[in-house]
Design a protein around this ligand. Structure first.
Ligand SMILES: Cc1ncc(COP(=O)(O)O)c(C=O)c1O
Length: 449
């Protein structure tokens, strides 16, 4: 190595940084941290890039004293809004190490060992879905949005190859509870969405879906929900699979949040028909105890993914096309092995620990729902479906609920935010952390009066 390295190492600062990472993994986040006003960040972080640099120590101080305290600690057990995160200590630890290992995992040549390990994690998921592990495969992408996009692109490419219907404006069919990412993807890919109304639980109305699909000949894909974000609803995947098969179209299952429950044998039954799907996604950074950013995208016939996605270029001629190159399975080229933390954590703790943690999380949601039912000031509106609960206060109006929500978020006791369900303002809880204490949540909910 050259003695005149362009960028020097400050050993004591490096040690301080590694120690901070260790402490953060062991102790967890500060529940009180959260967004700060831009004006304040302007003062503390603005114009920090200078010609000479301020050195490691001062820069890391900015990270621990300004940057981290102005971020929302989604992995805290009291974080029950959106779909939070709950990485295992093993997953977070390997992720911290992974940055130093600087592995290019776009193609086999760059990252074979890491890619092999990622594929083991994908194989575990494929087996849970009762898919053939020989032909299935996929890749870890940054999130559910990119996973859905890549799967739907593969679905359309496959449809165009079979039907030669290239010029028609094509469309997909999904329920009104489908994730917002589908609408963003429809804009990017320029297709139409046939939105089917959902029933009182948030599941797609099958009769309506059949009617629409029989009327519209240009539907190339059905997207089923396996844990809708707002309600936790799981569509009847089995019936949708038959419908897709009868029309010779693709069935994609959006299980970004909910498909994690495949890991619990009892809950796996809820996804009957998943074995017939053509593709699915599940985000390890949601309910599979891995850190950001990680979405597992799987194709039942992996070749269909690579036909749609493989990039070509003279500078790529040297890439060995006969090996497994993850860049071929989604809209990306360079990538880090972001599936490795899931693999590492599964290998460390074993899949039974995963089954137990998922089951425990579902039980926590059930206990919270019972607490809500017993509270005369609250009304349980829906759930738990998987681990999503919708409820409302019988006493407070919407503004008062917002003030309550903000107060408990700010003091770090609970992150529970409002949403809209069937035109009604409600509060929503989504549990993904097996360390959430249901009695603590129930105690805080008692203040909603
Ligand atoms: C069901 C579902 N699909 C897709 C997404 C998009 O995932 P991401 O935020 O990882 O892009 C989400 C995110 O919450 C989701 O809940």
């Amino acid at each position: 190595m050259s003695k005149t390295n362009s960028f020097l190492i400050n050993n004591s600062s490096l040690e301080e940084m590694l120690n901070w990472a260790k402490k953060r993994i062991i102790i967890g986040p500060d529940p009180i941290s959260g967004a700060k006003k831009k004006e304040l960040l302007d003062k503390e972080l603005g114009n920090t890039i200078s010609k000479k640099g301020i050195g490691w120590k001062k820069t890391f101080d900015l990270f621990i004293n300004t940057i981290v305290p102005s971020t929302r600690p989604f992995d805290h057990p009291t974080s029950l809004a959106f779909v939070a995160a709950a990485p295992t200590p093993a997953a977070s630890s390997i992720d911290a190490v992974l940055g130093a290992a600087e592995i290019f995992a776009g193609n086999w040549d760059g990252g074979s060992g890491a890619i092999y390990a990622e594929n083991e994690a994908l194989k575990w998921l494929a087996k849970l879905a009762k898919w053939p592990t020989k032909t299935s495969g996929g890749v870890f992408v940054s999130g559910g949005t990119l996973g859905n996009l890549s799967a739907i692109h593969a679905a359309r490419t496959n449809y165009q190859l079979i039907s030669k219907a290239k010029s028609k404006k094509l469309s997909i069919l999904c329920s009104s509870e489908a994730h917002s990412s589908l609408y963003a993807i429809a804009k990017v890919m320029d297709f139409k969405i046939h939105e089917v109304k959902s029933n009182l639980n948030g599941q797609i109305d099958i009769k309506e879906a059949k009617k629409i699909i029989n009327k519209n000949k240009n539907i190339f894909c059905i997207v089923a929900n396996a844990g809708a974000t707002n309600s936790g609803a799981i569509d009847n995947i089995n019936v949708l699979a038959s419908l897709a098969k009868s029309k010779k179209i693709w069935l994609h299952v959006d299980g970004a949040y909910g498909l994690a429950a495949l890991a619990d044998p009892q809950s796996a039954k809820l996804f009957k028909g998943i074995e017939k799907a053509d593709s699915f996604i599940v985000d390890p950074h949601k309910w599979l105890f891995a850190p950001y950013d990680s979405c597992a995208l799987l194709y039942k016939d992996a070749r269909k993914g690579s036909i749609a996605h493989g990039q070509r270029g003279n500078y790529l001629d040297a890439v060995d096309k006969s090996s497994w190159n993850p860049s071929d399975f989604a809209l990306h080229l360079t990538r880090r092995p972001r599936g490795l933390p899931l693999w590492f954590s599964l290998v460390v703790y074993g899949s039974t620990a995963y089954a137990k943690a998922i089951k425990k999380t579902i039980q926590i949601a059930k206990k919270i729902a019972i607490g809500i039912k017993k509270n005369k000031n609250l009304e349980l509106i829906l759930g738990p479906q998987l681990t999503v609960i919708l409820f409302r206060s019988k006493k407070l109006n919407d503004d008062e609920v917002n003030i309550w929500s903000e107060k408990y978020r700010r003091n770090g006791a609970l992150l529970c935010l409002p949403t809209t369900w069937k035109n009604m303002k409600v509060l929503r809880i989504c549990v993904v952390n097996p360390n959430t204490d249901p009695s603590h949540v129930i105690k805080i909910l008692k203040t909603l009066n």
